[in-house]
Ligand binder design. Structure first.
Ligand SMILES: NC(=O)c1ccc[n+]([C@@H]2O[C@H](COP(=O)([O-])OP(=O)(O)OC[C@H]3O[C@@H](n4cnc5c(N)ncnc54)[C@H](OP(=O)(O)O)[C@@H]3O)[C@@H](O)[C@H]2O)c1
Length: 173
């Protein structure tokens, strides 16, 4: 199974403010920058509980009928009607085993802590990071401490008229 990250950050590397707000990201995703094209390539999402709780505050469930596995060690808030979502827990290798058993071939991993755990476990193959031209100073970081270097290979960097800069990497080791 492959796992990819597709995430928006401030230029200084935050995915949300400390209170979870992402008001610094362009509303509605802003200028099209490949999200829809990426989404059609994934069979399922794996999101952290905190990301799930943020998604619940949106006007509507954004993932359609795509299966969403919400990682948490505790019961989840109610899943919205029509959403295909369930809780899963375990270390990232156990999560991947469970997804493989469900026939998932390409997962979209989202949420800061969740991405960091999967990266540390060597279970992310591709990162697509879209930087928004703003510095917010502090917040929830995309990346964190690592026990070893994680070596990436740069695939491409794309720039958009609105100022978005998107870099794509594959994980080498
Ligand atoms: N800018 C963007 O593109 C973007 C994308 C996604 C999210 N966000 C923002 O990022 C914030 C959330 O990120 P975050 O780093 O705070 O948290 P997160 O990764 O969304 O959620 C962390 C939680 O997920 C659970 N978890 C993670 N791995 C697990 C595992 N292997 N097994 C069981 N549970 C596991 C734990 O929940 P329990 O504590 O319940 O056990 C953990 O506390 C939100 O504000 C969201 O809006 C921004």
């Amino acid at each position: 199974m492959r796992a990819s990250v597709f995430v928006g950050t401030s230029l200084d590397g935050f995915i949300a403010r400390a209170n979870g707000s992402f008001d610094f990201l362009p509303p509605g995703g802003g200028e099209p920058h490949g999200y829809d094209e990426f989404m059609v390539t994934v069979d399922a999402l794996v999101i952290g509980r905190k990301t799930f709780e943020t998604v619940l505050t949106l006007a509507s469930w954004p993932y359609g009928k795509k299966p969403v596995f919400v990682l948490s060690t505790r019961p989840l808030a109610p899943i919205p009607p029509g959403a295909v979502a369930e809780r899963m827990s375990g270390d990232p290798a156990e999560i991947v085993s469970q997804l493989v058993a469900r026939g998932i071939q390409h997962a979209y991993v989202d949420g800061g802590i969740t991405i960091q755990r999967f990266l540390r476990a060597g279970l992310i193959q591709r990162l697509i990071i879209t930087r928004v031209p703003v510095l917010i100073g502090n917040g929830i970081p995309l990346f964190g401490a690592t026990e070893r270097d994680i070596v990436l290979s740069h695939v491409a960097t794309r720039q958009y008229a609105s100022g978005l800069v998107q870099s794509e990497y594959v994980v080498v080791s």
